[in-house]
Design a protein. Structure first.
Length: 730
């Protein structure tokens, strides 16, 4: 079918090219139209999410004036003056004077308004103070004018830092955009240089780059179109570029290389394109399917930003495959032998393979050497990969906070100053919502009940105080203050203890009928998010593995090879997981990579698994497809492995180098989540294309022998009937 499609494209190349460009124009329309990208605040179905929703809907709203919008905090610091010095006060008042006359500002609170009641606004050394500013607009509106508003506040004698929800989120979006631009500026030129070295021709190298650019535009356009019907994370743009650029260039590399190889054998341009589409095109189609299957694992995490990342990734992979099947072959049909124009010499690992030059090449010799002593190679190589993955056994998860921003970001510096210098800022609050759906929360029975649970909480370890309750229409809210940071193990233990106490209190004889206790707050959100991810991870992983096995079975007509491919992928993923714990949690290379060591965001392992599992199949599909071709031609397993690796080894190396170059561009990101994903993927792909594909795959295939190709008898008969060597059209 794909051979036939190649011939259709060759004969109708200008029409197919025109349709491809129309698709590109449609993508450009959605890209120009734009869209609003935002993350959901919490898992709504969790206990903490339900409690937060109850507070938002049930607590009384302010009356007698406009509803307050978002807020932020200004930190004013001096190296010489005390906050109580008149010079400090004059400098501060002059700095915030523009805010007092700004119609967008609803209220301002300073230490000088009521010093006796504002001790929390004064730093421990009394050389810094906080100014709390509340705006009339909510964050989505205020974000548009935030930079202009911030620029109005400045001082010649005081250092001013802005932090809080508005500046942190604005800084995050700004940094993500800068990371995206930097990654593209690094990745595209490096990929072009590598492609020139691989192909030895400028024109041949430009073709995959063009497909990569088309895929990125199509993917981002698709993301913006999606944002008009659902919440889409800002991280999706980075994922689209990360996945789209790598897959589009790799797919184009495979097809262009096979097209050029067929031309070298002296066939016509039409036959070369047909054979390239029937072999490399088939591998690309299945590779795109496996990548999409991997990304679909993120759809199991509905209600979080992960599901939008999965959809965004699937969109860009579909676009990459679509252009690889339409625009790319149409362009090759137009270029013909001109794809080899502007040639340069190829040297070193990018030189012609042994088969192309009439001899036995490096990859053939390597595969033969490995298969001569497979156990000697296999055991230490697998042991090394498992040792590399062992740090993941010590991983710790926590939702990303302000420390995900780089240390030089103003919002991050302001946050660090808050925590380090101001009393009480390192504290955290656990909020307990008593929900009475059928009664007045301020009735005598309910207030006694709230008083009882407050007394119970006040006696728990690490509790500083329990604030007086406040009431809504159906809820009573109790705030438990602890001296422990929200992400600490002690704060998590406190939340677990409070939830256990809640269960005990609910069972007490005096508990009001129909009441419910819900715990929320940042620590509770952390625990609920981790539990949510863990509860769905098994289903997601099982689905991805099962569907990948099915797709590979259809491609390879073998039972054993798909299972082996999945195991190989899991080895690469294990090593990348160990690397991100070793680097980002344990803090190795933190100075060189410019980040603060921290627990892994629960999303990072999910993103890494879903993307790496799919992308690693690129090389497995390419290698096994080529080995399968040789095996169907010769029936010799050992020779087929050596020939298949010889034919595809250089391409796999080149594709891996390009992928690593793309991912390294994201490893240079300032946002820790993007940086960790980029580093993890670069390590996984590098290991996958070297140790796994070049050493472990030949060793295992040699040990398994003819069992590699075992399949049920009716499948074997059908595969025998479709051998390329027996089909005159091939």
């Amino acid at each position: 079918m794909l051979e036939g499609w190649g011939r259709v494209v060759h004969r109708r190349r200008w029409l197919v090219l025109g349709v491809s460009l129309l698709m590109f124009a449609a993508s450009g329309f959605f890209l120009a139209r734009g869209g609003e990208l935002q993350n959901p605040d919490a898992v709504v179905s969790s206990e903490s999410g339900r409690a937060s929703a109850l507070q938002n809907s049930d607590l009384p709203k302010p009356t007698g004036g406009p509803t307050p919008g978002t807020s932020f905090v200004l930190v004013f610091e001096s190296g010489t003056l005390l906050v109580t010095d008149p010079a400090f006060q004059r400098a501060l008042q002059d700095a915030i004077a523009p805010l007092r006359t700004d119609a967008r500002v609803q209220s301002i609170r300073t230490y000088y308004d009521a010093p006796a009641q504002s001790a929390g606004l004064l730093s421990r050394d009394q050389r810094a103070t906080l100014v709390s500013v509340t705006l009339r607009d909510f964050r989505s509106v205020a974000d548009v004018y935030w930079e202009d508003l911030r620029a109005t506040v400045h001082s010649d004698s005081l250092r001013v830092l802005a932090t809080g929800s508005l500046p942190v989120n604005h800084e995050l979006s700004k940094t993500l955009n800068a990371d995206l631009q930097r990654a593209e500026l690094v990745s595209l030129p490096v990929a072009l240089i590598l492609l020139v070295l691989v192909f030895g021709t400028i024109v041949g190298a430009l073709v995959p780059i063009g497909v990569g650019v088309l895929a990125i535009v199509g993917g981002i356009g698709g993301v913006f179109a999606l944002s008009h019907v659902m919440d889409v994370s800002p991280y999706s743009l980075n994922i689209v570029t990360l996945v789209g650029l790598g897959t589009a260039i790799d797919y184009s590399l495979f097809i262009v290389a096979r097209f050029r190889e067929e031309l070298v054998h002296g066939v016509s341009s039409e036959d070369a394109l047909a054979r390239a589409m029937g072999t490399a095109g088939r591998a690309v189609l299945f590779s795109g399917l496996t990548v999409a299957i991997g990304l679909s694992g993120m759809l199991f995490f509905e209600g979080t930003f992960l599901s939008s990342l999965g959809l965004a990734g699937a969109i860009v992979v579909a676009v990459a495959v679509l252009y690889a099947m339409t625009f790319l072959p149409a362009l090759l049909a137009i270029l013909g032998s001109g794809v080899n124009a502007w040639g340069i010499p190829r040297v070193g690992p990018f030189a012609r393979s042994g088969q192309d030059s009439g001899g036995i090449g490096f990859w053939h010799r390597l595969a033969t050497a490995v298969m001569r002593r497979p156990l000697v190679v296999l055991v230490p190589t697998v042991a090394f990969v498992l040792i590399a993955g062992s740090p993941f056994l010590q991983f710790r998860l926590a939702n990303a906070d302000t420390t995900t921003l780089p240390p030089q970001a103003e919002a991050r510096q302001g946050y660090d100053a808050l925590v380090a210098d101001f009393p009480g800022q390192e504290q955290s609050t656990v909020t307990v919502v008593a929900f009475f759906p059928g009664g007045d929360p301020q009735s005598a029975d309910h207030t006694d009940y709230v008083r009882t649970i407050s007394d119970v909480y006040s006696r728990l370890p690490n509790v500083l105080q329990v604030r007086p309750p406040f009431y809504g229409q159906r809820i009573a809210v109790v705030q438990v203050v602890t001296s422990k940071p929200a992400a600490s193990d002690e704060a998590r233990d406190l939340v677990r203890t409070i939830r256990g106490q809640c269960a005990c209190v609910v069972m007490m004889p005096g508990h009001p009928p129909g009441g419910e206790l819900l715990v929320t707050g940042r620590t509770a959100f952390d625990l609920d998010t981790i539990d949510f991810v863990a509860s769905r991870a098994v289903r997601a992983v099982g689905f991805v593995i099962a569907m990948t096995l099915l797709a590979l079975f259809v491609l390879l007509r073998s039972i054993v090879l798909p299972i082996k491919a999945v195991v190989m992928n899991l080895l690469s993923i294990a090593a990348s997981f160990g690397a991100i714990v070793f680097i980002f949690e344990q803090g190795h290379f933190s100075q060189a990579l410019n980040f603060t060591p921290q627990s892994l965001d629960p999303a990072v392992p999910v993103i890494l698994f879903c993307i790496v599992f799919g992308l690693s199949m690129d090389y497995e599909v390419l290698l096994l497809s080529r080995i399968q071709e040789e095996y169907q031609r010769t029936g010799d397993n050992t020779q087929s492995v050596a020939e298949g690796l010889e034919r595809s080894g250089r391409l796999i190396t080149a594709a891996a180098l390009i992928m690593v170059a793309v991912f390294t561009g994201f490893a240079l990101a300032d946002v820790v989540i993007i940086k960790s994903v980029g580093v993890g993927m670069a390590i996984a792909v590098a290991l996958d294309a070297t140790l796994v594909r070049a050493l472990i795959v030949p060793a295992t295939m040699r040990l398994l022998g003819r069992a590699n190709w075992w399949a049920p008898r009716f499948i074997s008969r059908r595969a025998q009937a479709l051998k390329p060597g027996q089909n005159p059209s091939v």
